[in-house]
Design a binder for this molecule. Structure first.
Ligand code: HEM
Length: 179
């Protein structure tokens, strides 16, 4: 997993809790890297799971809520770090329709070693359906990123999440416009 995901996570922990909490997570999770992440590095995705699990214990908050909250925060950080994806007129559905062929396709060019998920996007009446395929258990991250995207564009969109009974699919998100 790309280092920027780790550095963003650590910065969020520091801003929301404290630098002491960052140190506690590194100690408690016993991550092999020792927590010395750089945004250009690549680290095993198991380390972020270990760090979030430690944070969950420390804060008595479910892992799913923490990962989803991080996803929402991360979208805002992506919007600042990758302005090239936000030029011109767009909206949430247009942006998310390009997640596979525009956004993550470009991310793959920037970082050929990125381990990106696959999204199947379908137009639905009044909305959009995104099916998330990945070898990694990050449906909560996808959920939060979608919520961050909705917040970024300032739209009122309802997100319904359900299990997807397709091989390799972790979740299906159905988005419906409410305004
Ligand atoms: C400007 C917008 C975005 C950028 C720049 C971006 C970039 C990235 C990067 C760099 C990674 C890490 C890849 C790795 O660790 O090897 C990633 C992973 C991921 N992205 Fe995006 N992303 C964006 C928007 C989104 C949105 C809107 C969603 C949800 C629909 C999404 C879903 C995910 C998920 C779930 C992962 C974790 C992948 C997994 O291991 O399954 N991303 N993205």
């Amino acid at each position: 997993m790309k280092g920027m995901i780790f550095t963003e996570f650590m910065e969020m922990v520091e801003a929301t809790w404290s630098l002491d909490m960052v140190d506690t997570l590194i100690t408690r999770s016993q991550v092999p890297s020792g927590g010395a992440y750089t945004s250009v590095g690549t680290y095993p995705h198991e380390e972020i799971i270990a760090l979030v699990t430690a944070l969950s214990r420390e804060t008595e908050t479910p892992v799913s809520a923490l990962v989803r909250g991080f996803g929402k925060h991360l979208f805002g950080r992506f919007a600042l770090a990758y302005p090239r994806f936000f030029v011109g007129d767009s909206d949430c559905f247009r942006f998310l329709s390009g997640i596979e062929n525009v956004i993550h396709a470009d991310v793959r060019k920037l970082y050929p070693d990125a381990e990106l998920p696959t999204f199947e996007v379908e137009q639905a009446p009044g909305g959009l359906t995104l099916t998330y395929f990945s070898d990694h258990p990050f449906a909560d991250l996808a959920h939060g990123l979608i919520e961050g995207c909705i917040a970024h564009f300032g739209e009122t969109i309802e997100v319904r999440r359900e299990a997807a009974d397709l091989p390799g699919a972790q979740a299906r998100f159905t988005l419906t416009r409410k305004d």
